[in-house]
Design a protein around this ligand. Structure first.
Ligand SMILES: Nc1ncnc2c1ncn2[C@@H]1O[C@H](COP(=O)(O)OP(=O)(O)OP(=O)(O)O)[C@@H](O)[C@H]1O
Length: 333
């Protein structure tokens, strides 16, 4: 894909590989406190996956994330990026290799959008021409017109600023990205749009990402895996979104995920995920496209006051029947 070529050409194979990230009993005790803010956190994020850290306020999400790029020192245990301990790395160098996106205050107000995006490439000593190419590629990648390059952050909407924050973090094509509530200050509708845009982008760039949020719905949407932390920085569960919705590890997770976890599970699946032999023979009812999200299919059926609908493929051909009973079973499966 042409839009990330100038950074790709940096790597030995023409492509900067994502790296595995491992927390190995990572612990943080702030000076003057009795209890740990992060307590023996162990989990591995495979290269190219999104790990969402989620949990109530004060559970240690930001502390865990900031230990990765050494903005916060590790008290005990270790964190390995690409198999190497971050403890023995030069902190400045390490930070240049790790993209970092935070809520709101990330951009330099007196620098243009282009200058903001170019921050790390400039530190790395890239040529002006190369930086310019990269800035315009990134603007295209995040869906902003080129003329925005000369604007200042206050001349952009909140959503546009967050996109620029993502572009800046991606500028030097880091193999690992840390994102701390990146869409937290955006209204719910634009937030959903940014989430989907980011997932589309991630499907192309396949970075290893640690994403902090306190919003379980955002975690379910964004995470390949979710790490749920309890206050005291203890890991309550680390698993895929559907595993967490289906099999919460304990009462804390069950409570945190919420009473509507059956509906949340339906939001993760599409009609096309149901094996054909579980769809009955088509016999009327409202039409349901095969790529409909199951939660929407259920809501359609209920709105029509029907107990089953006719599933159609991309050509409009009926391929089976979807019943409310099947949906109820899948929600609990
Ligand atoms: N610099 C510090 N000195 C002492 N304690 C701190 C410091 N920073 C954070 N803490 C404490 O460590 C714990 C974890 O904080 P942290 O900011 O990592 O939580 P969080 O899950 O990111 O919270 P939130 O969702 O509210 O941002 C909290 O109890 C917090 O008060």
């Amino acid at each position: 894909m042409s839009s990330i070529n100038s950074a790709q050409s940096e790597g030995p194979s023409g492509y900067r590989q994502a790296v595995e990230l491992e927390f190995a009993e990572a612990t943080k005790r702030y000076p003057g406190t009795d209890s740990a803010a992060v307590d023996g956190l162990s989990l591995t994020v495979p290269a190219g996956e999104i790990c969402v850290l989620v949990g109530p306020s004060g559970c240690g999400k930001t502390t865990a994330m900031r230990m990765v790029n050494r903005m916060i020192d590790i008290s005990d245990g270790d964190i390995l990026v690409g198999g190497k301990s971050v403890k023995h790395r030069n902190a400045d160098e390490l930070r240049r290799e790790i993209g970092y996106v935070i809520q709101q205050i990330g951009l330099f107000p007196h620098r243009t959008i282009a200058d903001n995006i170019a921050t790390v490439p400039r530190l790395l000593g890239w040529s002006k021409a190369k930086i310019n190419d990269r800035v315009h590629e990134l603007l295209e990648l995040i869906g902003l017109p080129s003329e925005m390059a000369t604007r200042y952050p206050t001349q952009l909407s909140g959503g546009q600023r967050q996109r620029v924050g993502v572009a800046r973090a991606l500028a030097a094509d880091p193999p690992l990205m840390l994102m701390d509530e990146p869409f937290g200050a955006i209204d719910p509708i634009n937030r959903e749009r940014l989430q989907s845009e980011f997932l589309r982008l991630q499907a192309e760039i396949r970075k290893t990402i640690v994403f902090v949020t306190h919003d379980i719905d955002e975690a379910i949407r964004m995470g390949d895996k979710i790490a749920i932390l309890q206050v005291g920085g203890k890991l309550a569960q680390y698993a895929s979104p559907s595993e967490i919705l289906l099999h919460p590890a304990n009462a804390f997770v069950e409570d945190f995920v919420g009473a509507d976890r059956a509906l949340k599970r339906l939001a993760l699946l599409r009609v096309s995920d149901i094996p054909r032999d579980q769809l009955g023979t088509a016999n009327g009812g409202p039409e349901i496209a095969h790529d409909t999200i199951l939660r929407d299919a259920l809501s359609d059926l209920l709105q029509h006051g029907e107990l089953h609908g006719r599933v159609v493929d991309e050509h409009g051909t009926a391929i089976g029947s979807l019943t409310v009973e099947t949906l109820a079973r899948l929600a609990k499966a």
